[in-house]
Structures are given as C-alpha cells and as structure tokens.
Design a protein around this ligand. Structure first.
Ligand code: GLU
Length: 487
C-alpha cells in the first residue's frame, strides 16, 4: 500500500514551493490508489502558530487536495502534530541509547560553536569530536545529578551511506564527514531529522517526497532508520523553483503564497494545473491544460525533472484564462468580485453576469482585474486624442452622429437589436459603411478607437448607466456631449 505525506511546518504562509511538494505527493498517492496524510511539523515552538496550520488546511482544500489522515481528522497513526508526539520520540531515543546507537552528550553548545568557529577561521574541517561517545554510566549519573543539560546524539557508524532517490538516482555519502547528529535537544524537543524519521517510519510512509533542500539531510536520516531498525522508504527530492531571473523564487518576485494567488483572483483549478507543471511533464504531448483528474491519471514520479523549474506568470495566466472560460466555479468568483467592487446592478444581475462573462472575462488574466477592465471599457472622458481627430477627418461623420443622437433621443434604453436597426438606417442615409460608419460611432460612445464589439459594449454601457454603476453615462448623453465638443 502506497503511503505519502505532506509535512509542512506551520511557521508562515504556504508558498508555491511547499505546496508543489504537497501536490506531487498527493498526485502520486492518488494515481496509485494510495493514502495521503498531513503531518504538522511544529517542533519550532517559537515560530509555529495554530493560525498558520489552519491556513495550510484552507489553502490545500481550496486547491482541491484532500487527505486521508491528519491532525484535523485523525487516523490510525495519530497524533499527527509533532508537538503531541514528544513521548514517542523520547521512548525511541531511550531504546537507541540502550542499544548503543545513541548516547547522552553534555558538551555545551557554546563550547562546540567556539571550536567550530576556530576551525572555520583556520580553514580546517570540523565535526563533533565525539567527546561524550564513551562516557561511563557513573559519569553520566554524576552529570545528571549536577543538573547538567544533556542532548541525545546518534552514534554515526563508519562506512558509506547509500540510498536511491527517484529523481536524483543513486546517492552516496561518506559517513566520516558527518557529526553525530543531535536527536533530542536538552529541552526534550526532537530535531527535525530525528522526528521526521520516527514519524515516517511509524506512519508507514512508503515514499518521502519533498524539496531537494532536504537532500543533504537524507544521509543522516538513513543512519537514523538503520539505528531504529526500520526499512528505508523511497525518496524523491524535488528541484528548487526559480523566479524569472533564475534566482530562488521569493517575495521579491511578487506573489508566492497560495493565499495571495487566491486573493488575486486565480482559480484553484488553474493553480493546481500550473503548479503540477513545475518540474513535471505529462506523458501526453501537446496541451498543458490538464484538470485535476487528468493530472492524477498521468502523474508519474519518473517524469519529475531534476533541474530547477522556473515560475512563469505568463503561463499561469494563460492557464487561468482557460479555466475562467470553462470552470463552473468561475461564475461565482466573478459575481463575488463584481459585488465587492460595486459593479453589480441591483436587478438584472443574471443578464449583467452573462454579458460580463462574455465580453469582459475573456480579456483578463485573473478575476481581480475585472473592475479595472470594466472601468476602462465603460468610462467616457472627453479628453482630446489624435485618434479622435483622425476619425472625424471628414465632415460627414459629424452629420451622421447628429442623426444617431436624434435616434437615441427617441429611445429609452438602447438595446443591441435597436442599435443594429439604427446602424442600418445610418448606413442608408449617410452612404457610409464599415469603418467609416462604426469608427465615428465608437468614438462618440467611448472616446476610443478600439474596444469590444459595439453590439456587446452598448448593453453593458446602458445597463451600468441604468443602475448608476460607477457613474457610467448612457449612450445618448455620451453622443450629445461628444457633439457639443466636436460638432
Ligand atoms: N517540515 C519540513 C519542511 O517543511 C518537512 C520536510 C520533509 O518533508 O521531510 O521542510
């Protein structure tokens, strides 16, 4: 039975890099019908916060991930929060000491830091010299009686450390350069390397999928598995994600937290689709539009790339534009954005939404751009532009616009059908057609030389004006003002 886990530390917002790890572990488990669990690694007491943990669940759910076991839902291997497993880490550490694989160490951190610093300055290699490796039982008793702080260290064995990584291949490390790692600190809290191994072993994780910043920790973890006499899982270390300038993706590159993308109006389907392409490629050539079920179907760890992936906002936007057109969730998101920005009329909401979905949404990368796009499409300001002068180059245009205004004045709200009818009349009486006809009309209605089709734009203008959304002016007022200015 395949079992994978996502083991975030709740010390901040969930970022693209972290969530990619969680997503790959999920896709892998779901592809093979395995189990996926969440484990919260909150051993850093100072930086861990429950609010971040809650945010992690929210972000994962938003993206469409589900889990079979976790702190919030329990499971056969609970607890799933490391801070609640301290007893387990202590018991295992005691066994390791009994078996001689680990030992109490009383060296003070300060002493060791000084020694390490001195070695660094003289350019020498330094590792923990093993001072406490062979303390006698009575020495240990004495130090405890004197209340000397003690850590538990693993006795690193000699010889080569080997493990296989699905992404990086066979790995080999010399153990003689590795300091005996601390398993338990003097305050009783476990170190990352120790807790992660105890948990992965006990939770029967078959595939450890995580960022390659942990590749260098893995030899130590392998030694801990050996000492615990537990079988090694398979490892898959995922490459780093870089920004467009090929430096590690960070805040400098803009939004990196999942919640920021959500707030910016990206759809969860688009995020899942895009993030899965960061360092993985589908078997199917061609389209990179792959909804969740297709990602699950195609996901294989052996198609994960070991070179760094570059975060490409243009590609994310491209994918998001696709899902804005197809996702059932898009309408609701758009509607919420319209409400939020006061771009939703008090009545006729359905037809307004249909128009926005048809005319405005296809022009944006993400939902949060809709209010600005509406403003841009529907605003009307009589500022001179050379385009307008060009459009009005011949006097016939003004004459035609006067007739247009007369038609508008005899109507209340202009509909698309009426506009088509009026355009037919103007064509006949002015003998103008195509650009000659429609450019002056567009100029008088929008003061712009391009934009959405007038057929689609006019009902948007008229509805917005009827409900006084953002003070949009109606068509006839626009044409009148225009003629006062240019007529
Ligand atoms: N808590 C660790 C991290 O967020 C997990 C690493 C691992 O998966 O082993 O980096």
């Amino acid at each position: 039975m395949i079992r994978t886990r996502f083991a975030p530390s709740p010390t901040g917002l969930l970022h693209v890099g972290n969530v990619r790890t969680g997503l790959f572990a999920w896709l892998f488990a779901r592809n093979l019908g395995g189990s996926y669990l969440i484990r919260i690694e909150d051993t850093d007491q100072e930086r861990s916060e429950r609010q971040f943990e809650d945010q992690i669940y929210e972000d994962l759910r938003w993206l469409g991930l589900d889990w079979d076991e976790g702190p919030d839902i329990g499971g056969a291997f609970e607890p799933y929060r490391q801070s609640e497993r301290r007893e387990i880490y202590r018991t295992h550490a005691e066994h390791l000491i009994e078996k001689g694989h680990a030992y109490w160490c009383f060296c003070s951190e300060q002493e060791l830091d000084q020694a390490a610093e001195a070695a660094r300055q003289s350019g020498e290699f330094w590792k923990y010299p093993g001072t406490c490796r062979d303390l006698s039982k009575s020495d240990i008793q004495k130090r405890f009686a004197a209340n000397d702080p003690a850590v538990v260290r693993l006795r690193v064995r000699s010889g080569v450390i080997r493990f296989r990584d699905i992404v990086h291949g066979d790995m080999e490390f010399a153990s003689d350069v590795i300091s005996d790692p601390i398993l338990l600190r003097s305050d009783g809290w476990p170190t990352y390397n120790y807790a992660v191994v105890v948990d992965d072993a006990m939770m029967k994780i078959t595939h450890v999928i995580r960022g390659d910043d942990h590749l260098s920790n893995t030899p130590k973890q392998v030694l801990i598995y050996e000492a615990l006499d537990m079988p090694l899982p398979e490892f898959a270390h995922l490459s780093t994600i870089l920004g467009p300038d090929h430096t590690r993706l960070s805040k400098r590159h803009g939004a990196t937290a999942v919640s920021q993308f959500r707030e910016a109006g990206y759809l969860p389907e688009a995020m899942m689709n895009y993030i899965s392409l960061l360092g993985w490629s589908p078997v199917s050539e061609g389209s990179e539009i792959l909804p969740g079920d297709e990602l699950i179907r195609q996901f294989r760890l052996d198609r994960v790339n070991k070179s760094p992936a570059v975060f490409d906002t243009h590609k994310l936007n491209f994918i998001n534009r696709h899902y804005l057109k197809t996702s059932p969730a898009a309408g609701e998101l758009v509607s919420r954005e319209l409400q939020r920005s006061d771009w939703m009329p008090q009545a006729e909401g359905d037809s307004w939404m249909a128009m926005v979905m048809d005319t405005v949404v296809p022009t944006v990368d993400k939902v949060s751009e809709i209010p600005d796009r509406l403003t841009q499409m529907l605003e009307f300001s009589l500022e001179d532009s050379s385009d307008i002068q060009d459009t009005l180059g011949d006097s016939g245009a003004i004459e035609m616009l006067r007739q247009f205004l007369a038609e508008l004045d005899s109507r209340d709200q202009l509909t698309t059908a009426q506009f088509r009818e009026i355009a037919g009349k103007l064509k006949e009486s002015s003998k103008r057609k195509g650009k000659q006809l429609f450019h002056p009309v567009r100029a008088a209605l929008t003061m712009k030389s391009s934009g959405p089709e007038l057929d689609k734009l006019i009902p948007l203008i008229e509805t917005a004006a009827k409900y006084d959304l953002h003070h949009v002016a109606r068509c006839r007022d626009r044409v009148r003002d225009f003629l006062v200015r240019y007529g």
